[in-house]
Design a protein around this ligand. Structure first.
Ligand SMILES: C[S@@+](CC[C@H](N)C(=O)[O-])C[C@H]1O[C@@H](n2cnc3c(N)ncnc32)[C@H](O)[C@@H]1O
Length: 226
């Protein structure tokens, strides 16, 4: 696998190797390429089941990638391939950054959403006559809250790829981890959903896809947006 860079953000949605689909073969050591193509301030967001990620834990480590955090994408419509397991309604997305970088130097624009319910901790702090002196500027409630690590969003139906990810979810990752105008790398591009999210959010994009037909579809999708 070859990739251009350096990337501000790389998104990787690798094959998990759990079906008999021809493209669903585990790819070895892509993590080393991802690490080599990442800016010191960059990060890598990886889609994967815990089963997939644990099996590859040593490879992330050997590539010099450090775990930062994970989020859960909770789907409204899950997948039930196996009758002997829970119906799977979620996917994990894990953020890594370079071990030789400092976390505070990694681009991290934590997303905020409108506060739709009253925040208990704020109510409690008021009850004890909170002075508001949080940080130098004091506490100011701007009506937003930090986005939660569980994101509920429908999966894509009738997309170009069987495991296509929602553009809105990808746009959250991009806004969080890539500065405006920065470069997003997409290691397993499939339908090019990451490319569409990059265009939507004003970032540049390079995608890698091994299936020439899928790559052609992705190119067409992105050309239609340009
Ligand atoms: C899980 S799918 C990605 C779906 C994509 N995120 C989307 O939203 O459409 C994984 C993709 O990786 C591609 N792939 C598999 N091995 C690859 C390799 N060595 N290099 C690049 N792409 C590869 C497959 O063809 C497949 O399209």
């Amino acid at each position: 696998m070859a990739a251009h860079g350096p990337f501000d953000l790389t998104i990787a949605d690798p094959p998990y190797g759990v079906t008999s689909l021809w493209w669903d073969k585990r790819v070895d050591d892509w993590q080393a390429v991802a690490a080599a193509c990442l800016k010191p301030s960059g990060s890598l967001w990886v889609f994967g089941s815990l089963r997939y990620l644990l099996a590859d834990a040593d490879r992330f480590e050997a590539a010099g990638l450090r775990y930062a955090q994970d989020i859960v994408w909770r789907k409204a419509n899950g997948t039930g391939f196996a009758a002997d397991r829970f119906k799977r309604m979620h996917e994990i997305v894990v953020q890594f950054y370079r071990r030789d970088a400092l976390w505070r130097e990694v681009h991290n624009d934590v997303q905020r959403v409108p506060a739709v319910t009253r925040n208990k901790s704020v109510q409690m702090s008021r009850a004890v006559n909170h002075t508001g002196a949080i940080g130098a500027a004091g506490y100011h409630d701007d009506g937003t809250r930090i986005m939660k690590s569980v994101i509920e969003m429908n999966g894509v139906r009738g997309g170009l790829h069987g495991t296509e990810k929602p553009v809105a979810l990808l746009a959250i990752l991009i806004r969080t981890s890539c500065p405006p105008g920065g470069l997003v790398g997409d290691f397993f591009a499939g339908s090019g959903a990451v490319g569409e999210a990059a265009a939507l959010t004003g970032r540049n994009y390079v995608g890698c896809e091994i299936d020439p037909h899928m790559a052609e579809h992705a190119r067409g999708r992105l050309a239609a947006r340009a």
